[in-house]
Design a protein around this ligand. Structure first.
Ligand SMILES: CC(C)(COP(=O)(O)OP(=O)(O)OC[C@H]1O[C@@H](n2cnc3c(N)ncnc32)[C@H](O)[C@@H]1OP(=O)(O)O)[C@@H](O)C(=O)NCCC(=O)NCCS
Length: 296
């Protein structure tokens, strides 16, 4: 069974809608991931005329990686401390990486309501929820590999059962990530949701763009990185900086009912795996999540 890992609310047994997650996060991203971003900021500074410090702020994921949240305040004391250190060093990459290593990666995770395996969701304004993905496998296996497809579908089924139990309709589900380009990811979602995909640009501060350079161990993906750096080298316009990234961020959105149908969630606690006939609940089965777990 995929268990939620959100904090429990102080008042009841269900996670509260704004409870912060307490996900373990033990992946340390490679130094070359930061090198990539520093090079990108140098290029952006050269093309735009912005000071390098400002280009680091606007064109890299560093602010979030340092666990400073998503308010993007250039006057944040920790951000200023980082910039002050940059002025005192001859080795920008070494300073940046050491600074990152002193920060808690757990602080860099987005605030979410609840987590189910590799998936979690957050509440957005306007009756919408946002899906997030993160590798939560503990044995080093491919989280999106075909062998884990059943488990990922179980994660999503458990997540949407939780949504159905705890949130009122109407509700829409949104996503935004480079991952929506991959078949290994797309096969986990309703086709009608994927059909809404459109490219969104200028996500330079966010992991849904930069994540494509990493593998599940936090190491850099060499071929994707090489292709990016070659394009960056040739880049002559700030406006099309997005085009240096091999994969674009795709945004998707659909009503939650399409997810309930796709994962076979007919009523609370009664899921049917996608592509199979609807499960019938045996008289002795007390909860639907147990049923789903046995069928996967
Ligand atoms: C998402 C993530 C775990 C994938 O890592 P991974 O080691 O490639 O994981 P998997 O082995 O499960 O890969 C799944 C498939 O996607 C493919 N793939 C992964 N990254 C790719 C890329 N940049 N371009 C093309 N294909 C890619 C893999 O080759 C694999 O396909 P295959 O099974 O046909 O070989 C990793 O990129 C990551 O942790 N990124 C940082 C976090 C992130 O981006 N989160 C999403 C934010 S919205």
């Amino acid at each position: 069974m995929t268990q939620p890992t959100a904090e429990r609310s102080k008042t009841g047994s269900e996670p509260g809608p704004r409870d912060n997650e307490t996900r373990p996060s033990n992946v340390i991203y490679a130094k070359s991931f930061f090198d990539l971003q520093l090079r990108s900021a140098h290029k952006a500074a050269g093309l735009s005329g912005l000071p390098f410090a400002r280009a680091l702020f606007e064109y890299t994921n560093l602010y979030i990686r340092f666990g400073l949240g998503r308010d993007f305040d250039p006057a944040h004391p920790t951000w200023r401390e980082y910039l002050a250190g940059l002025r005192d060093t001859n080795d920008t990459l070494e300073w940046t990486y050491r600074f990152y290593l002193t920060r808690s990666e757990a602080m860099a995770a987005p605030p979410v309501v609840a987590t189910f395996g590799c998936f979690s969701y957050a509440l957005l304004s306007g009756d919408r929820i946002r899906l997030h993905f993160r590798n939560a496998e503990t044995d080093g296996g491919s989280p999106l590999g075909v062998g884990r497809r059943g488990q990922r579908l179980a994660d999503l089924t458990a997540l949407f059962m939780h949504v159905k139990r705890t949130l009122r309709e109407p509700l829409r589900v949104v996503g935004a990530s480079w991952l929506y380009n991959l078949d290994a990811y797309r096969r986990l979602f309703p086709p009608s949701y994927l059909a809404t995909a459109r490219v969104i640009g200028r996500r330079f501060q966010h992991m849904p763009l930069w994540g494509q350079f990493l593998d599940r161990h936090g190491a850099i993906r060499e071929s994707v990185t090489r292709s990016f750096l070659e394009r960056l080298e040739r880049q002559s316009s700030l406006d099309s900086l997005d085009q240096c990234f091999p994969l674009q961020v795709l945004s998707v959105e659909a009503p939650v009912l399409e997810f309930y149908n796709f994962y076979g969630i007919q009523s609370p606690g009664l899921p049917t795996p996608p592509g199979s006939r609807r499960a019938t609940l045996p008289s002795h089965a007390a909860d639907g999540e147990g049923l789903w777990a046995r069928k996967c």
